[in-house]
Design a protein around this ligand. Structure first.
Ligand SMILES: Cc1cc2nc3c(=O)[nH]c(=O)nc-3n(C[C@H](O)[C@H](O)[C@H](O)COP(=O)(O)OP(=O)(O)OC[C@H]3O[C@@H](n4cnc5c(N)ncnc54)[C@H](O)[C@@H]3O)c2cc1C
Length: 465
């Protein structure tokens, strides 16, 4: 009997337990469903990510065809289309890897009802994470709320063994890949498991993993892995990264520091699985009702990278132009939107989702709530990133700023972090008139910090905390 593998955010053939088992058992039909209601929603409306997804689907189809199969792209409501497809192919079971977002789980509930009514089995299986939430010792009910105890338990979980891609996948004869409305243009990064593997191997071979602890915060150093888009679409897995680093053996401090970052991703996913409310509201109930400013001009300036704070503007322009942003810059721009401009973190979360290739509901929501102080951060809400100090510390020579904010390319010395302090002669020498070529700061950081702390305190008081 044919089994259907429904690919979602797991666009790979290796390390895919459901595919591995199904291919060994008999015929397999592989599908991906383009669901217009999900692709049109706020978390999926992103040309950068769609182009990457589309290229990933083409790579998956090629890899399947090399093994005697191919990918069928269904267009429409997954519940209807999968039930119909399973019927047409006489399939007894649809298999997929488990999803953690509330949206994905609701969708899976609907698919389960439709398939059950059609007499087809459907029970999403583990395979995306190193450990499912229920497999982490001590993680009952709402799970861990703080990273350190989570990571201690997570580091103890054995890594799943490598599963090679099936050599042959027998299945029905398939027509050419039909991408429908999905884009055909080249993505901003090469997609697919081969590209992911090359990036991972180079990151380790070039010494970046060993040097990671010291180098990861260097904004201009290009010292992080940029594996996030590949993890987002399952073109690689956390377990594959762990094994490539040399785990479960003893590994260098730098590699361990890198592995710890991968643990943050799992933590973010566990949190969303355990506390689905975070998808739409602050995790901390006392911070659900902050009185935000409706500063549209500020929001527009932030989106356009024209706040007058060079590091914030460099990060935002990197995001819009390249579909990716350094983690340090993500924290700084997020803190600026939420604390300096007092704009609801959910607006920033949406903007990131529109532009990030790696835009991931779990990790993105986590990053925003962490920075806003509304989520699972051990530090209190009154940590406010100072955009000038961050710039001086993590981009000391201003190279990151010059790369992304060309108006400031001619500015030399430390004033690049505060260009409004350049005098008239210095502005002329740099070829940049402040207030004309590059904006004055749109807000005074010291004032904004006090305002944010007061507004957060009001929300806490009103909630009786
Ligand atoms: C406001 C905000 C929004 C974010 N949105 C996303 C998002 O949509 N998608 C996303 O994948 N990451 C997000 N992150 C986390 C982090 O910034 C990115 O994962 C990281 O910058 C990706 O670059 P990299 O692959 O070079 O990371 P590396 O430094 O090479 O780290 C390796 C991997 O570890 C994981 N990782 C690293 N840091 C974090 C972190 N802080 N939280 C969770 N996982 C982490 C990622 O999967 C990453 O690919 C966000 C962070 C913030 C502060």
């Amino acid at each position: 009997m044919t089994q259907v593998i429904w690919f979602r955010r797991d666009l790979r053939l290796a390390d895919h337990p459901a595919l591995h088992e199904a291919a060994a058992a008999g015929p397999v039909a592989c599908v991906f469903v383009v669901d217009p209601t999900i692709l049109g929603r706020r978390h999926h409306d992103s040309p950068n990510r769609l182009a990457f997804l589309s290229a990933g689907l083409r790579a998956l189809d090629r890899a399947l065809r090399e093994r005697g199969s191919g990918l069928v792209i269904l267009h429409g409501d997954p519940a209807e289309r999968l039930a119909q497809f399973a019927g047409e192919h006489g399939a007894e079971r649809v298999r997929a890897l488990r999803e953690i977002t509330p949206l994905g789980r609701d969708r899976d509930e609907r698919v389960l009802r439709a398939l059950t009514a059609a007499g087809v089995a459907f029970d999403p299986e583990p395979g995306d994470l190193v450990a499912e939430p229920e497999d982490i010792p001590g993680s009952a009910d709402e799970g861990y709320q703080v990273f350190t105890p989570f990571s201690k338990a997570w580091f103890e979980v054995p890594l799943p063994d490598h599963l090679p891609a099936p050599e042959r996948i027998d299945g029905p004869a398939l027509p050419e890949l039909d991408l429908g409305d999905l884009p055909r243009d080249e993505p901003l990064l090469p997609a697919g498991p081969d590209a992911a593997r090359q990036r991972l191997v180079a990151f380790i071979a070039d010494g970046h993993a060993d040097a990671y602890g010291d180098a990861r915060n260097d904004l201009s150093g290009d010292a992080t892995s940029v594996l996030s888009p590949y993890l987002r679409f399952g073109m690689t897995t956390a377990a594959a990264i762990g094994r490539a680093l040399g785990l479960p053996g003893k590994i260098s401090t730098g590699r361990m520091s890198f592995w710890r970052q991968v643990a943050w991703r799992e933590f973010a996913h566990h949190l969303m699985a355990r506390r689905p409310i975070v998808a739409t509201a602050a995790m901390r109930p006392e911070l659900r009702d902050i009185s935000w400013e409706n500063d549209e001009a500020g929001y527009e300036a932030w989106c356009a990278g024209r706040t007058g704070y060079p590091l914030v503007d460099a990060g935002m322009r990197q995001l819009v132009e390249s579909g990716w942003m350094h983690n340090r810059a993500r924290m700084v721009v997020a803190s600026f939107l939420v604390k300096d401009l007092l704009i609801d973190w959910r607006r920033g979360e949406s903007f990131f989702m529109r532009h990030l290739i790696d835009g991931d509901p779990g990790a993105n929501n986590f990053g925003w709530q962490w920075t806003a102080g509304t989520g699972a951060d051990a530090a209190p809400y009154f940590r406010v990133f100072n955009p000038i100090r961050q710039s001086e510390r993590f981009d000391p020579d201003g190279d990151y700023i010059r790369r992304w904010v060309p108006e400031l390319a001619g500015v030399t010395g430390k004033k690049i972090h505060q260009p409004w302090t350049l005098d008239a002669d210095e502005q002329a020498a740099a070829g940049c008139a402040i207030g004309t070529d590059y904006p004055e700061p749109i807000v005074d950081h010291a004032m904004a910090r006090e305002r944010a702390l007061a507004r957060y305190a009001e929300a806490k008081d009103a909630a009786g905390r």
